[in-house]
Design a protein around this ligand. Structure first.
Ligand SMILES: *[C@@H]1O[C@H](CO)[C@@H](O)[C@H](O)[C@H]1NC(C)=O
Ligand SMILES: *[C@@H]1O[C@H](CO)[C@@H](O)[C@H](O)[C@H]1NC(C)=O
Ligand SMILES: *[C@@H]1O[C@H](CO)[C@@H](O)[C@H](O)[C@H]1NC(C)=O
Ligand SMILES: *[C@@H]1O[C@H](CO)[C@@H](O)[C@H](O)[C@H]1NC(C)=O
Ligand SMILES: *[C@@H]1O[C@H](CO)[C@@H](O)[C@H](O)[C@H]1NC(C)=O
Ligand SMILES: *[C@@H]1O[C@H](CO)[C@@H](O)[C@H](O)[C@H]1NC(C)=O
Length: 486
């Protein structure tokens, strides 16, 4: 071989291979996310109605770790323009935020639209667009109007219709400029958190083994109705995309025993498949294993029919295929073992028949398990015929501070796992969203757990925002589209 040919080969190697695993593909998009209740504040500003988090934090302060509320939070209601400057600093492609249903429709019903809510979101959307940042809008991120909760919340099937009305108002008002919509954020967190373990709002209704499945059916129908509505009335003029955001752990079998391997798969089907199978699978409907186990347990518990409300054939059809993308939120990996619960009362845990633990030896903390993320992305690819996935949340919670080394380690590890899932496993992932741009009101944990790339001084009336080390790191990745060598 001539020296010249060797030289050419070296050149080709450097071009093709040296940076290959660490470079994001063309067209890959980076963003950050928030949710209305966690950042906006302005809880009673100019006609806004009360939602379930307002009610919970005001009436049951003991249920919030630091007795705080979201009354002011990051004050993004007043400081939206400052938020846009932070987004611009990071140079994100898009900003994922949610609409406060009660700010737009104070009673929850589409009978009266609050002009101040329209003004607020118009300002935010127009401000983003004039800075070259695409708005990605979540319709529902956990803040149900209180009047709808008083009617049973998501356990009442009619809420799906009221959600559709809300979606029509939102598409109609903002769809000329918003081209990516997420109907509902984390259905499992909503239904399990509200009706099974009371971790969400309102924390005072628990109906183990029952409420969560009623909630689940309503959520699936609400999502499907909003998607079909977009198809029928808006898509032909607005040309946007609509999806749902599903949260999932990665369930790693605790041992290689057959029962644990099966239990881990069952955990995935009960957690993620519950939502994804009806929407994304070729068969539609709930996963078979859920139908079988819940029916068996219900019978044993003397129910006359399954606690899992069936989807009839027309409902299966309504829900199936209602996606333009798969929104995926991911934080943690758990080790899953088979476990038989002996108690007689109904519960989701008993229906699942699994027990989860984390490995204290995972370094640097048991929360940082990037390989689990890669396995999750591959599971979604295999189960649902490699849909277009947008990671709509991923992030790390700590006690705060500007030198957030573990958050940088987390983001590096998870972005690398994501990149390898694209480059080596052919997963169809097109976007990555960090939760969150700034520290905010972390639900029942109040302000004790921080997820932000920016620190927020919550004792400062101006809610001063300051970039952490992780903000500089993410900014650099977005700028170069490459994960730096470690
Ligand atoms: C890898 O990519 C970075 C950023 O694009 C570039 O600065 C560096 O020179 C590349 N390294 C090689 C070996 O190609
Ligand atoms: C809004 O709530 C605050 C407390 O967060 C209260 O001081 C204020 O009076 C309320 N404003 C209106 C208009 O009700
Ligand atoms: C299960 O088997 C795989 C492949 O042999 C191995 O990599 C893994 O460590 C085993 N897991 C456990 C928990 O023993
Ligand atoms: C179901 O009903 C049978 C017959 O009345 C009774 O023996 C059994 O204890 C009941 N099971 C539960 C879980 O209550
Ligand atoms: C569960 O119900 C069965 C049937 O009624 C009864 O024999 C058993 O003792 C109960 N177990 C517990 C843990 O209550
Ligand atoms: C937060 O704001 C308060 C009030 O303005 C100020 O006294 C304090 O020094 C600030 N904290 C930090 C860490 O900047």
């Amino acid at each position: 071989m001539s020296a010249r040919i060797i030289l050419v080969w070296c050149y080709v190697f450097v071009l093709c291979c040296a940076n290959k695993t660490l470079k994001f593909p063309d067209g890959f998009r980076f963003g950050v996310a928030t949710a209305a209740y966690q950042v906006e504040g302005g809880w009673n500003a100019s006609g806004k109605g009360e939602n379930i988090w307002d009610r919970l934090t005001h009436s049951y302060p003991d249920l919030i770790t630091d007795h705080s509320t979201g009354d002011v939070a990051c004050d993004s209601y007043d400081l939206w323009n400052t938020d846009i400057k932070l987004l611009k600093y990071l140079n994100v492609d898009y900003y994922r935020f949610s609409l406060s249903w009660s700010r737009l429709l104070p009673s929850g019903f589409a009978t009266h639209v609050n002009p101040d809510g329209v003004r607020y979101y118009n300002n935010l959307i127009d401000g983003l667009l004039s800075n070259g940042i695409a708005p990605v809008v979540t319709l529902y991120h956990w803040d149900l109007p209180q009047p709808l909760q008083d009617l049973g919340g998501w356990t009442n099937p009619l809420i799906a219709d009221y959600f559709e009305d809300f979606a029509r108002v939102a598409f109609g008002l903002f769809g000329d400029r918003v081209k990516a919509w997420i109907t509902i954020n984390e259905p499992a967190s909503i239904c399990v958190g509200t009706y099974e373990n009371g971790e969400g709002a309102p924390a005072y209704v628990e109906s183990p083994g029952i409420g969560l499945y009623l909630c689940g059916k309503t959520i699936l129908l609400a999502h499907a109705k909003a998607y079909r509505l977009y198809d029928n009335e808006f898509r032909h003029t607005q040309y946007g995309i609509v999806g749902i955001t599903i949260d999932s752990i990665w369930a790693e079998p605790k041992t290689n025993s057959t029962v644990d391997v099966i239990a881990a798969e069952r955990e995935m089907q009960f957690g993620l498949g519950w939502w994804a199978n009806p929407i994304f699978s070729a068969s539609g409907d709930y996963p078979e294993i859920m139908k079988v186990r819940i029916a068996e347990n219900s019978k044993r518990e003397n129910f006359t029919k399954s606690r899992l409300p069936a989807l009839n054939p027309s409902e299966v059809k309504l829900i199936q295929g209602t996606f333009d993308f798969f929104g995926l939120n991911h934080y943690h990996t758990w080790l899953i073992a088979d476990h038989e619960y002996q108690y007689n009362r109904s519960s989701y845990q008993k229906d699942k028949g699994t027990l989860g633990t984390q490995n204290p030896d995972w370094k640097p903390t048991p929360e940082i398990v990037p390989w689990g993320f890669r396995k999750l992305l591959n599971w979604v690819k295999t189960q649902y015929n490699n849909p277009l996935v947008v990671v709509t949340e991923n992030g790390f919670g700590d006690a705060g501070g500007l030198k957030d080394r573990n958050r940088v380690i987390f983001l590096y590890g998870f972005m690398k796992a994501l990149l390898l899932s694209i480059l080596e496993d052919n997963c169809n992932v097109k976007g990555y969203t960090v939760w969150s741009i700034m520290d905010n009101m972390e639900w029942r944990s109040g302000f004790t757990v921080k997820f932000g790339l920016f620190d927020v001084n919550f004792t400062d009336p101006r809610r001063q925002r300051t970039p952490k080390a992780s903000a500089e790191f993410y900014r650099h990745v977005i700028q170069t589209r490459v994960l730096p060598e470690k």
